[in-house]
Design a protein around this ligand. Structure first.
Ligand code: NAD
Length: 465
């Protein structure tokens, strides 16, 4: 057994033995006491990394994929344990998705322009050191996904993870560094701080060493980054609606929506968060959802759920963070409902102005709103999406309905006749990412998003024709 394998197995053993009190201590690679130490370490590493070939980058990325697959379960358990949110089985799938479908250097495409006056070459160059702020909802997934894309682009990375998910995010930073070192890469190409705070975030954002900023989170962090004066990629909040019309395969639509909306307890920003169904199929749709594992809450149960999920203030409702990402069965137990099966999702019929429709709950509760026709469905769905232009979904076989909704809602991700996660490559074509940049327009980020274009011009000569 070599040192790294021994080190990993000790961590895994300690995590599993201490699942109630997660203690991932010891010297985590790339994780520093202060932001200034982290910045100077990554700066040194980036200088070394400039001399590495693309082939070497790929070797490092291959190791990150391998380690992520090996340690997916540990990170999934740690994530749920630390944040109290989500489902271990779904988080394992998220890590596998990141390992298998995050693009590497193949995502970088140079452009050549040739003509009478010679050759012009446009190459995708590193930005330098990238500062990345990560969320609590996909903490280690985002660290690994960003690391693969940013390293593929030739960059170094400094993370300021969400304070409520720092253990699992820093576990991922350590994993990435172990993988890089085993593949012969430089020390500390990806760094982080032990105790991320708003101050460490500010230090990172304002450091002259950091050339690009990437934020994955709610509206607050995206706004802060966009006012930084630096090149910034903002991946912000969503509130994805799903429409079901009367041409859809209703059984399949119900099952798909339960799968998508309950995935990791509705934490993913792309997950179905409110449903608009044609009046003439709503009952059938809700029955098919129950068949697929949902519980249909009615009457006072809905009021009790509302009292748990949202807090009423003078300014309206705000999210009760205590209940974000909790299991549906926990909600049901709290409101006094006993069920004898594993309920993945709670569905309830509401009107379009209900707070469950308005707010990005990130809880396994899906409001279903009856609509008369597609025009009403599209209007209400666009309103519920709040112009985030993040994600929207539809179940329909009517081409006009599919097209008209896509045009009206203008989201970065639009999934037709499948669970929402097909939009990030799980059961759908295309690569994956956990940083979906709607506000700044990069869309589904990958290595190319973390590069800058450089042009090299040679006038005359160098032709073979
Ligand atoms: P959050 O906004 O609370 O936190 C995200 C990160 O930003 C954290 O690291 C936090 O410490 C930091 N942060 C928050 N406000 C900040 C500020 N003013 N300055 C600097 N840093 C700040 O988000 P969360 O609860 O962890 O994640 C859920 C939110 O993120 C949801 O709104 C979800 O839709 C969104 N999200 C979006 C994507 C995407 O790809 N678009 C992916 C995941 C999550």
């Amino acid at each position: 057994m070599n040192i790294d394998e021994k080190y990993v197995s000790e961590i895994v053993k300690s995590v599993i033995e201490n699942m109630n009190t997660v203690t991932v201590s010891g010297n985590q690679k790339g994780v520093f006491d202060t932001m200034s130490e982290a910045l100077s370490a990554v700066s040194k590493a980036y200088k070394e990394y400039r001399a590495y070939s693309v082939e070497q980058r790929e070797k490092m990325i291959a190791k990150i994929r391998e380690f992520t697959l090996n340690e997916a379960e540990v990170m999934a358990k740690l994530g749920v344990e630390e944040t109290g949110m989500g489902r271990v089985s779904d988080k394992i799938i998220k890590h596998q998705l990141v390992a298998n479908k995050t693009p590497g250097t193949e995502d970088l495409h140079p452009t050549a322009i040739t003509g009478d006056r010679g050759l012009t070459l446009i190459e995708m160059a590193p930005f330098g050191i990238i500062g990345s702020i990560t969320p609590s909802t996909n903490p280690s997934e985002t660290v690994i996904c960003n690391s693969i894309g940013m390293i593929a682009g030739g960059n170094g990375v400094v993370f300021n993870p969400h304070p409520n998910a720092k253990k699992v995010a820093n576990y991922a930073v350590d994993l990435v560094n172990r993988a890089i070192l085993e593949a012969g890469g430089p020390e500390n190409l990806v760094v982080s701080v032990k105790n991320p705070t708003m101050d460490s975030s500010k230090e990172m954002m304002t450091s002259p060493l950091v050339k690009m900023l990437v934020a994955t989170g709610g509206p607050g962090v995206v706004k802060t980054l966009l006012s930084s004066g630096k090149k910034a990629i903002g991946a912000g909040a969503g509130n994805p609606p799903v429409i079901v019309d009367d041409t859809a395969d209703i059984e399949k639509a119900g099952a798909d929506i339960v799968s998508g909306a309950s995935f990791d307890n509705n934490l993913p920003c792309i997950a179905e968060k409110e449903c608009f169904a044609f009046d003439n199929i709503t009952d059938r749709l809700m029955e098919s959802m129950v068949k697929a594992g949902a519980y249909h809450a009615k009457g006072s149960e809905i009021d009790k759920l509302l009292a748990l999920a949202l807090k009423k203030t003078e300014k309206g409702y705000t999210l009760n963070k205590k209940w974000v990402g909790k299991d549906a069965s926990k909600f049901l137990k709290e409101i006094g409902v006993n069920v004898d099966k594993d309920v993945r999702l709670i569905i309830c019929e509401t009107d379009a102005s209900h707070p469950f429709v308005e707010h990005e709950l990130m809880m396994p509760i899906l409001p279903v709103v009856r609509v008369k026709n597609i025009e009403e469905a599209i209007d209400l769905a666009c309103e519920a999406e709040h112009g985030n232009r993040h994600s929207a979904h539809i179940h329909s076989k009517n081409i006009d309905n599919l097209t008209n909704f896509a045009r009206a809602v203008e989201t970065t991700i639009f999934v037709k006749n499948a669970p929402s996660y097909a939009g990030i490559g799980a059961g759908g074509e295309g690569y994956t990412t956990f940083t979906i940049a709607g506000p700044t327009g990069e869309g589904l980020t990958a290595a190319h998003s973390f590069t800058r274009q450089r042009r090299c011009v040679m006038v005359d000569g160098l032709h073979i024709v």
